[in-house]
Design a protein around this ligand. Structure first.
Ligand code: Z5A
Length: 209
């Protein structure tokens, strides 16, 4: 599909400060004269939001298999990309995604240790060659991120995983960010004001190029 808008994605572990970054980016992109459409994953359409509830729910005695979790993430993504992201890009709007495919590679590939080829096959079916124009990866040490997330209230099913799961996820995130020329890493182990400034610099540079 031919697109004329841009697809920008924010990635990172829980508590990395993605919500604040989304607000800063939305404002900067709008100030540059573009219409912004905000999305989140899993979620972003009626059906994808229902999948989000299923994925985050704690099913108690019923073990959620890593395969089911992976397939649900891609089912949600397929709905969002076809129904929301591509049509809005085609209109020339800028789509700002709170998480996208890098999350599956990091959480399911790194955290859950699912074979990379299996994830690549699903990605090929779901996205073909569609990719973000720019990704901002908000890097946080897992212990600190979880502390921040806990400060916000009850943890969902995935947030209840052990620390080693988030350490593997972060490690994969950092590998992916390093390999992607269209990805910038923001260190969020600093004050919120310093993070805010770094996010502004990154989006300014992207808008100028
Ligand atoms: N998931 C997956 O496994 N595979 C996939 O393919 C996809 C997703 C797409 C989505 O949950 C879950 O699905 C997520 C990954 C998985 N699971 N986990 N675990 P979500 O979207 O609801 O959760 P989240 O994305 O992790 O949201 P979050 O916890 O809200 O993270 P955040 O948006 O980055 O955090 P925040 O709300 O901006 O900040 C959290 C708190 O920290 C807040 O009180 C801030 O004021 C504070 N904060 C932020 N920055 C700082 C700094 N620098 N210093 C001090 N305090 C700070």
């Amino acid at each position: 599909m031919q697109t004329s808008g841009k697809f920008i994605v924010i990635e990172g572990l829980e508590g990395a400060g993605k919500s604040s970054a989304v607000a800063i980016l939305t404002q900067a992109i709008q100030a540059a004269g573009h219409t912004v459409v905000n999305t989140r994953e899993p979620g972003g359409t009626a059906m994808a939001e229902a999948i989000r509830d299923v994925v985050k729910h704690d099913w108690k005695d019923e073990k959620v298999t890593v395969e089911a979790e992976l397939l649900l993430m891609y089912a949600s993504r397929a709905q969002l990309v076809q129904n929301v992201i591509l049509p809005n890009l085609a209109k020339g709007y800028w789509v700002l995604g709170d998480r996208h495919d890098m999350s599956s590679q990091a959480y399911q590939g790194g955290g859950r240790q699912i074979d990379q080829h299996m994830i690549e096959s699903l990605r090929a079916i779901t996205l073909r060659d569609f990719k973000p124009d720019f990704t901002l990866y908000m890097d946080v040490e897992p212990k600190e991120g979880l502390k921040r997330a806990k400060g916000r209230g009850e943890l969902d099913r995935i947030e209840q995983e052990e620390l080693s799961f988030f350490e593997r996820t972060r490690e994969r995130y950092l590998q992916l960010a390093q390999q992607d020329p269209n990805c910038e890493v923001i260190n969020t182990m600093q004050s919120m004001q310093a993070v805010h400034n770094d996010v502004e610099i990154c989006i300014k540079q992207f808008l100028e190029n």
